[in-house]
Ligand binder design. Structure first.
Ligand code: PMV
Length: 312
């Protein structure tokens, strides 16, 4: 019997970067995200004689995946599994493939082994593998904060159908994985200020989302992104995830907003640029970014649903 689960990546508007000193991959900062549609991880699971993992058709050894299985087995009866996972977008290039990957994995195992987890429990197991994965369990606007560090839905996608225009500027895997980068950043002199101020950013952003206040969210989300990249730059060795095209896209998006278009920019631990906008601005934003030399591809995406099982 094969069990199939799907999950979408999510994009943080208030970023998480850094871990709490406790065990269990607890983020140092709360975060707020939107789950995307169109981009998807599909994970198929079968019971087997020994664990085997294939990503995009190739056998791989993955320490985080092994740790996630061990974590589940410490709490539940989970037999050896063959896990086949596919992304319809580049893996490990700043498009949050680990978020959709672990959300789909935990959802598939829960369904396959009939573990009976609720969504908060799936979110907690996904978070212990990859912090951002906790948020991909839910659709629409999602918050991840303490004290329990399971994500929770804030607003349904239909209640504020923002669009996300992704400018892909490189298909290469990122140079420094986010967990390793976070560990380095925690020694930066900027780190304490980042953690303290992000708690306040998060509280305000939750209100802006609930009020559907685009302008206030735009200003705050762009600030959170640039503040995180400021911390990354002030890490030793400096973490520079951008390329020249990334910067060109950032300038273009800010110029469009200055000219009155409802759009703002966010960038994660990779060179891709995500322009978040009201639906009426998406066509113009996509055209402007497509015209920038070096932009490889433009994806125009809506907000998506949470992780789910394929109906048998
Ligand atoms: O949880 P990870 O390892 O995928 O790290 C996520 C880090 C950022 O994408 C840069 C920010 C975030 O909150 O998603």
């Amino acid at each position: 019997m094969t069990t199939i689960a799907y999950a979408h990546p999510n994009i943080a508007l208030i970023k998480y970067w850094g871990k709490a000193p406790d065990q269990g991959n607890v983020p140092a900062t709360p975060s707020l995200s939107v789950t995307l549609d169109t981009l998807v991880t599909r994970t198929a699971i079968e019971t087997a004689d020994a664990d085997r993992f294939e990503l995009d058709g190739r056998p791989v050894e993955d320490k985080k995946l092994a740790a996630c299985l061990a974590d589940l087995r410490a709490h539940y009866d989970v037999p050896p599994l063959v896990i086949r996972s596919r992304n319809n977008f580049p893996t490990a290039a700043g498009l949050a493939s680990s978020a959709s990957g672990f959300a789909a994995l935990v959802t598939a195992i829960d369904g396959h082994c009939r573990l009976g987890m609720d969504a908060a429990t799936r979110s907690t197991f996904a978070r212990r593998a990859s912090g951002s994965a906790a948020r991909s369990i839910f659709g629409g606007f999602v918050a991840l904060d303490g004290p329990d560090w399971a994500a929770r839905p804030l607003l349904e996608r239909a209640d504020w159908p923002l669009r996300v225009v992704v400018a892909v500027t490189s298909a290469a895997p990122k140079a420094v994985a986010s967990s390793a980068g976070m560990r380095l950043s925690m020694a930066s002199p900027f780190y304490p200020a980042w953690v303290t101020s992000t708690h306040e950013d998060f509280r305000l952003a939750v209100d802006h989302v609930r009020n559907r206040d685009f302008d206030a969210l735009a200003e705050l989300a762009e600030h959170s992104c640039l503040k995180m990249h400021g911390l990354m730059l002030a890490t030793r060795p400096g973490l520079v995830y951008w390329n020249p095209v990334t910067l060109e896209c950032l300038h273009r998006i800010r110029a469009l907003r200055a000219a009155g278009l409802p759009v703002f920019c966010t960038i994660d631990a990779g060179p891709q640029v995500k322009a978040i906008c009201l639906p009426e601005a998406a066509g113009r934003v996509a055209a402007e970014l497509r015209a920038i030399p070096g932009v490889i591809e433009i994806l125009e995406i809506g907000l998506g649903s949470g992780a789910s099982l394929e109906a048998p």
